[in-house]
Design a protein around this ligand. Structure first.
Ligand code: PEP
Ligand code: MN
Length: 338
C-alpha cells in the first residue's frame, strides 16, 4: 500500500502516520519527492488492507501497489533515483558513469597501472574482483583480502571509487571496509540471505541481473535490498542466456527501457560479460547508452592473453580510451553527459 500525502502535510502529521503504522506491526518507508511525500507500507497485505489509513490527517489518498515489487516501483517513486556512490559521484542523473578495470585483481602493480589508465580515459570507478565466482572450482578464485587491499591502494593513489563483488554474507564486513560499492554478481542475484543483509548496510549495491532471470525476478531481488532499508541500489543488465551461441550471453537491450518504465532505480549495462568478446563491447556499449542506460561497467586489461579471467572480453587500455571518446558522442546525442 502507498500513502500519498497532501503537498501541505506537516512533519508532525507524517510522524503521526509513521507511529501508527509501526504500532500496527507494519513497516513505513518514506520517500520524499519534490512535490510530496509518499509512505510505502510494507507488511502482510490483509493486515494493511484492514486499516483505515486514509483517515489520518495529511493523507491525500491510499493506493494499493499492484506490482509484486513495491519500493523499487515507479508507483512508489515517480522521479528517477539518483544514487550517491561516494565522493560526489552520482548515478541516475544526466551524467553517465563508467566503471572500468580488470575482471580479477591480479597484482598490485597491474591494478595500479590499469587504474591510472582508466582514470585518464574518464572512468570514475575502478572495478576488480577479489572474490571470483568461477564456473570451475579449479579456476583462479581471486586474491581475497589481499586483492581488497590492492583496490584500496589504487583508490588512494588515483581517487577512483572502488567496486568489487560480494558473494558470501560472511564477507560483508570485510568488503564493506575496503569498497565504495558492493557488486552482487549474476550468480548471486537470488541469494536472498545475502540480499537481506545488504539491505542493512549503508553502502551502495550494484545488483546484476541473473543470467536466467526475468525483469520481474530482477526487480524482486532489488526489493529485498530496499525493503531492508538500503535504497542505494543500482541495477545492471549483463546479458541473459538464450539459444544464441555467437555471444557469451545475449544483451537484453530492451530491458533498459522496460526497467526504466517499471522502476525509479538507475540501470547500468555490462557489455563485457554480455558479449564475451572485446570486439563487441564497443557497439553494445553505444547501444546501451542510446537505449537509456545510466552507466557502463567494462573490463579492461593491458595483456588480455595473460589475464587470470575473462581476457577474451577485456579491452586494451588504449581501446578503452578510444571507446570513451566515441561514447561521449553517443551520450551527447541522447542529451546525456559523460
Ligand atoms: C563480474 O563482473 O566480474 C562478473 C562475474 O559478472 P557477472 O556476475 O555478471 O557474471
Ligand atoms: Mn569477468
Amino acid at each position: 500500500m502507498i500513502i500519498v500525502l497532501r503537498p501541505d502535510a506537516t512533519e508532525e502529521q507524517i510522524q503521526h502516520i509513521v507511529d501508527k503504522v509501526q504500532k500496527l506491526g507494519l513497516r513505513p518507508m518514506i520517500s520524499k519527492g519534490v512535490e510530496r511525500t509518499i509512505i510505502g507500507v510494507i507488511g502482510e497485505e490483509d493486515v494493511i488492507q484492514a486499516q483505515p489509513l486514509e483517515i489520518y490527517p495529511g493523507v491525500e489518498k491510499v493506493m494499493p501497489i499492484l506490482k509484486p515489487y513495491k519500493l523499487v516501483s515507479r508507483d512508489f517513486k515517480k522521479e528517477d533515483s539518483i544514487i550517491d556512490l561516494g565522493g560526489g559521484v552520482k548515478v541516475g542523473g544526466k551524467k553517465l558513469i563508467v566503471m572500468a578495470g580488470p575482471c580479477s585483481v591480479e597484482s598490485e602493480n597491474l591494478l595500479l597501472d590499469i587504474a591510472k589508465k582508466v582514470k585518464e580515459a574518464g572512468a570514475l570507478v575502478l572495478r576488480g574482483g577479489a572474490f571470483k565466482p568461477r564456473t570451475s572450482p579449479y579456476s583462479f578464485q581471486g586474491l581475497g583480502e589481499e586483492g581488497l587491499k590492492y583496490l584500496a591502494k589504487a583508490k588512494e593513489e588515483t581517487g577512483l571509487l572502488i567496486i568489487t563483488e560480494i558473494m558470501d554474507v560472511r564477507e560483508i564486513g570485510r568488503i564493506e571496509k575496503y569498497a565504495d560499492i558492493l557488486q552482487v554478481g549474476a550468480r548471486n542475484m537470488q541469494n536472498f540471505d545475502l540480499l537481506k543483509e545488504l539491505g542493512h548496510i549503508r553502502k551502495p549495491i550494484l545488483l546484476k541481473r541473473g543470467m536466467a532471470n526475468t525483469v520481474k525476478e530482477f526487480l524482486m531481488s532489488a526489493e529485498y535490498i530496499l525493503s531492508g532499508g538500503n535504497f542505494s541500489v543500482v541495477l545492471c543488465e549483463r546479458g541473459i542466456r538464450t539459444f544464441e551461441e555467437s555471444t557469451r550471453f545475449t544483451l537484453d537491450i530492451s530491458a533498459i527501457p522496460v526497467i526504466k518504465n517499471l522502476s525509479h532505480l538507475p540501470v547500468m549495462v555490462d557489455p563485457s560479460h554480455a558479449t564475451g568478446k572485446w570486439g563487441l563491447v564497443g557497439p553494445c556499449a553505444k547501444a546501451a547508452i542510446a537505449a537509456g542506460a545510466d552507466g557502463l561497467i567494462i573490463e579492461v586489461h593491458p595483456n588480455p592473453e595473460e589475464a587470470f579471467s575473462d581476457g577474451e572480453q577485456s579491452l586494451l587500455p588504449e581501446r578503452f580510451s578510444a571507446l570513451m571518446g566515441e561514447l561521449r558522442k553517443v551520450a551527447k546525442s541522447v542529451d546525456r553527459e559523460m
